[in-house]
Unconditional design. Structure first.
Length: 172
């Protein structure tokens, strides 16, 4: 989701002559951060991450523009939350829902370990390829960090897992 706030530039020595887009954006973000998000007893809570904030031109200028990019990871349908977001933000900023990847429950296979994963996947966009199975080596807990890695042992285990899954799918 993208939030865009507009204001009116002025010299920072006379803030009353301007209208700070950054102040509006910060107010909207604080309200969104305090909103209660949906929870699903089987998979846990939805999450919110404010990943990018940008705005302003110089420290001595009241900013006329500010923008933030947010990512909600949902555990169910989005319609109610989208409505609540728009109502909460009000006239502080424009709300643009840029991308929506729906919550999914994926296929499981007997004898293959499963887990609840609180991350998004491109699988919903691959629906023409059959019923998806999501698996692979590594830990989501180090993804997108300075320590992101997959251990050699996990790669070897993944080969065995992929073979087991392929056999199971071909036999059934």
């Amino acid at each position: 989701m993208e939030l865009t706030a507009h204001g009116r530039m002025a010299h920072s020595a006379y803030p009353e002559l301007g209208e700070s887009a950054i102040d509006k954006l910060l107010d909207a973000l604080q309200l969104l951060r305090s909103m209660e998000l949906p929870t699903n007893p089987a998979v846990g809570p939805s999450t919110l991450n404010i990943g990018i904030i940008e705005g302003g031109q110089a420290p001595n200028v009241v900013p006329d523009f500010a923008r933030a990019h947010l990512l909600y990871r949902l555990v169910g349908p989005s319609d109610d939350l989208k409505r609540r977001i728009i109502e909460t933000v009000g006239n502080r900023a424009e709300v643009h829902f840029v991308l929506e990847i729906p919550f999914m429950r994926l296929r499981t296979l007997d004898d293959i370990p499963t887990m609840v994963a609180a991350f998004t996947t491109d699988i919903p966009g691959l629906s023409n390829w059959g019923e998806p199975v999501l698996l692979g080596p590594g830990s989501i807990h180090v993804a997108h960090t300075e320590r992101e890695r997959v251990e050699k042992r996990q790669l070897h285990e993944a080969v065995e897992l992929y073979c087991a899954v392929a056999k199971k799918l071909m036999s059934g």
